[in-house]
Ligand binder design. Structure first.
Ligand code: FDP
Length: 282
């Protein structure tokens, strides 16, 4: 087990109480937008700055890329970290779940999913938890007030029996093939959609099912970003025994041409991902 990767996981965990503690006073929008045109909250910028500084302080971290920054911050080191500092931050105004999502790569960014060596997310729910995937194992821990991790599930796996689903984007913007697929899913599973990908995927990890943000009629690549959201969440779900897809193939088989490239994103139980790919290719 590489200490350098463990050090990255430690820094994210140790930073989580600071991010959480800083949310209450940072619910207002900044003047700026992030590189993909989303309005930034003060909390997005705050979380990004904390993580950039602390991760780049680590000896082995040679690059930091973030959804909130145009380009990579380079340093010396063999590992490169891509971070969505506050995924689902539009939930801050309504005081709902959000998270921090990250992937650790052994190649400079942007890189393919096959260069991921670890991934994880922090979920700021009623309690703060952290799910990490590395070396074939997914672990769930509670983050204590001092930033230490108390493992609550050392080998998290996706339940075999799917129960819940959640799909993003406005329904009139879904294509016909996807809409037909969703009709079938709706008759089989229960809707769970909270508007923060990490929260919604964590429902799938807990209860089984499928989460997706499809390509839209006026935006075929959808909303979510391959490097910051697609790769790490696919790595976690696939390591937990599930599957991921961009509609055609695993997100881990995809390499972005640019840092902020978007992708349709689907993760969940194999059966639902297989049926989705069949429906979209028909
Ligand atoms: P947000 O814009 O609040 O950061 O990362 C993008 C994201 O949230 C995801 O977490 C979430 O799944 C999605 O956007 C929600 O988009 P919609 O508002 O279109 O449902």
């Amino acid at each position: 087990m590489s200490d350098a990767i463990e050090a990255v996981l430690d820094v994210v965990a140790e930073t989580a109480p600071d991010v959480r503690g800083g949310l209450a006073g940072r619910r207002v929008y900044e003047a700026g937008e992030n590189p993909t045109g989303d309005r930034q909250l003060e909390a997005d910028v705050y979380a990004d700055e904390l993580l950039a500084e602390r991760l780049l302080d680590l000896e082995d971290v040679g690059g930091y890329a973030s959804e909130e920054r145009e380009s990579v911050l380079d340093d010396e080191g063999s590992y490169h970290v891509a971070v969505d500092p506050l995924d689902g931050s539009s939930n801050l105004r309504s005081n709902n779940t959000m998270g921090t999502l990250f992937g650790v790569y052994d190649e400079p960014l942007p890189a393919g999913g096959d260069a991921l060596v670890a991934s994880g997310f922090v979920l700021y729910g009623p309690i703060t938890t952290m799910v990490t995937a590395r070396e074939g194992t997914v672990t769930e821990a509670v983050i204590e007030a001092d930033g230490s991790r108390r493992v609550v599930d050392p080998a998290l796996t996706l339940p075999e029996e799917p129960t819940v689903y959640g799909f993003g984007g406005r329904v009139p913007q879904w294509g016909e093939a996807f809409s037909t697929y969703v009709e079938a899913v709706e008759s089989e599973l229960k809707l769970r959609y909270g508007g923060a990908m990490i929260g919604d995927v964590n429902q799938v990890l807990t209860y089984g099912g499928i989460f997706g943000y499809p390509g839209l009629v006026d935006r075929p690549s959808g909303k979510l970003r391959l490097l910051f959201e697609g790769h790490p969440i696919a790595h976690i779900v696939e390591t937990a025994g599930g599957a991921s897809s961009n509609g055609e193939r695993s997100l881990l088989e995809c390499t972005p041409d640019s840092l902020h490239e978007r992708t349709p994103l689907f993760v969940g139980n194999d059966e639902y991902i297989d049926r989705l790919e069949a429906a979209l290719s028909a």
